[in-house]
Design a protein around this ligand. Structure first.
Ligand code: FAD
Ligand code: MLT
Ligand code: ZN
Length: 463
């Protein structure tokens, strides 16, 4: 017997595609966290802005919670539907709407994949520079909702820097058009920036106008092996001063072992505890010589034990795979993820404290580190031992996250650098935001979404 609320929604929108088969509920009800059992009411696949708006109005009338859904590559549970919510997937709204050569903008529907945006920009000789390994599956709407970062933040910043405008259906059902692609607009509050990073709790992004830019200069990719943690920041300081960095990413030997077991190719022989993949401008011989000189200086100082410079695009891709393949290689183990950040200046002290904390709290547990060290953003992935049941493992991880959150608080850091709070980190929001700030955030949510229908239970534990 069909749910009467869905029958009514179908009367409001006779052409709306609605899925209720168990396989679909399972597929659309989860993201990459895989911790919660999906249990949505149904999946709505609107084809246009009008349908999205009508769904939100219906949900307000019937008090049905909506989970906005992009590519579901999220790592914080933001797109999980485990309590009878309606999943509103943007996947059918995935077209490029407009390219403007003068403004250098691309206007897209929110369900478009990041990689499709890259390809569209490329067709016009430009780039959209936000980039990371989930590019083929994640959507622009999801990127905006999480303020996604990735591997090029050190040069280009987060998603926040690249959104010139957007259309949003607010939680109250109003269609709002934010900033309209303007470069300058000092006419009051910038709701566009408020929506970026709001994790689907204020509105549903239906369209976005993205800024594009020139492709970066010709670059080189280098893999470095490092003997210890202190060397990491020394090499970073050296390379940042001497080279024009496009990326500076690090991972540990444990991370490397997982990627190699997953089919990646070893690029440096021997055992080394830490690695860096870095990419920098190498337009001419002078820049290439500078990179070589920086590498040799690091070698002489003992900060680097080995290294390799890619000699071709294929080799560059092989080196990048060592870093970009980590998430996928760990996924079968369903790691407990921490995604933290501190100011770059606080990284060395924070790293030492955290290393001691993790060694003390997880003596028998494998902890895999990697991340965007040049942005002060570390990913700490904890792997469940086979002899520990899931519940006990999560309880232990939550305990350690509380200690980690306290450490972060002392260093002025954040419990979520780029993945969002979602369900996974909502208990720790207060370690990063003051009570007064959280109260204001909840007040803002009430204005946009007075009935609390958008992603309830995400970001905040209540409200
Ligand atoms: P979803 O997972 O579908 O949703 C994420 C959140 O956004 C949810 O709260 C959802 O409700 C909301 N949402 C989705 N669409 C909309 C919309 N149209 N309007 C309003 N709210 C919406 N993240 C990084 O920042 N940097 C990385 O380097 C990175 N690397 C990754 C690598 C891999 C292999 C994987 C699997 C993930 C990675 N991620 C990374 C995490 C993830 O890809 C990003 O958070 C991404 O932005 C999520 O996009 P999505 O479309 O999959 O969103
Ligand atoms: C990454 O940097 O690879 C992503 O943020 C994904 C992850 O943390 O697993
Ligand atoms: Zn990351």
């Amino acid at each position: 017997m069909p749910d009467p609320r869905l029958a009514e929604l179908s009367r409001w929108l006779p052409d709306l595609r609605l899925l209720t088969a168990p396989g679909d509920l399972e597929h659309y009800g989860r993201d990459w966290t895989r911790r919660w059992t999906p249990a949505p009411l149904a999946i709505a696949l609107p084809a246009n802005v009008d349908e999205v708006q009508t769904i939100v109005r219906w949900a307000n009338e019937r008090q049905v919670a909506i989970v906005p859904s992009g590519g579901r590559t999220g790592l914080s549970g933001g797109a999980v539907a485990a309590h009878g919510e309606l999943v509103l997937s943007l996947e059918r709204m995935s077209r490029v709407l407009d390219f403007d050569a003068v403004d250098r903008t691309l206007t897209v529907q929110a369900g478009i994949a990041l990689q499709t945006v890259h390809e569209a920009a490329h067709c016009h000789g430009l780039i959209y520079p936000v980039d990371f390994a989930a590019r083929g599956s994640c959507s622009i709407g999801g990127n905006i909702a999480t303020n996604a970062g990735g591997i090029r933040v050190i040069r280009y910043g987060n998603t926040r820097e690249w959104i010139a405008g957007m259309k949003v259906i607010a939680g109250n059902g109003e269609l709002i058009e934010l900033n309209r692609g303007l470069i300058k607009n000092s006419s009051g509050y910038d709701f566009r920036q408020l929506l970026i990073g709001s994790e689907g709790t204020l509105g549903i992004v239906v369209e976005a106008t993205l800024k594009l830019t020139d492709p970066p200069p010709i670059s080189q990719v280098m893999l470095l092996a490092l003997p210890n943690m202190d060397a990491l920041m020394q090499v970073f300081a050296l390379f940042r001063t001497r080279l024009a960095l496009q990326a500076f990413e690090f991972f540990t030997d444990q991370a490397l072992q997982h990627v190699l077991a997953h089919g990646a190719q070893r690029a440096i022989d021997g055992d080394h505890p830490y690695y860096v993949v870095t990419e920098f401008d190498a337009v001419d011989e002078r820049q290439q010589q500078m990179a070589l000189a920086a590498f040799e200086h690091a070698l002489e100082q003992g900060w680097v034990s080995d290294g390799v410079i890619a000699q071709s695009e294929a080799q560059a891709a092989t080196l990048w795979r060592l870093r970009e393949g980590i998430t996928e290689s760990l996924a079968p183990r369903r790691p407990y993820k921490n995604d933290v950040s501190v100011r770059i200046s606080a990284v060395p002290a924070f790293l030492h404290e955290m290393q001691a904390l993790l060694a003390r709290e997880y003596p028998q547990i494998e902890v895999v580190w990697f991340g965007h060290i040049g942005d002060g953003n570390l990913h700490i992935n904890v792997l469940r031992p086979e002899d520990l049941v899931e519940e006990a493992f999560i309880a232990q991880c939550e305990h350690v996250t509380r200690l980690l959150a306290a450490t972060l608080q002392r260093h002025g850091g954040s419990i979520s650098a780029e993945h969002g709070i979602g369900l996974v980190k909502r208990a720790y929001l207060e370690s990063t935001r003051s009570v007064a700030e959280i109260a204001l955030m909840q007040g803002v949510r009430k204005v946009f979404d007075p009935n609390g229908i958008l992603n309830p239970g995400k970001l905040f534990a209540t409200g």
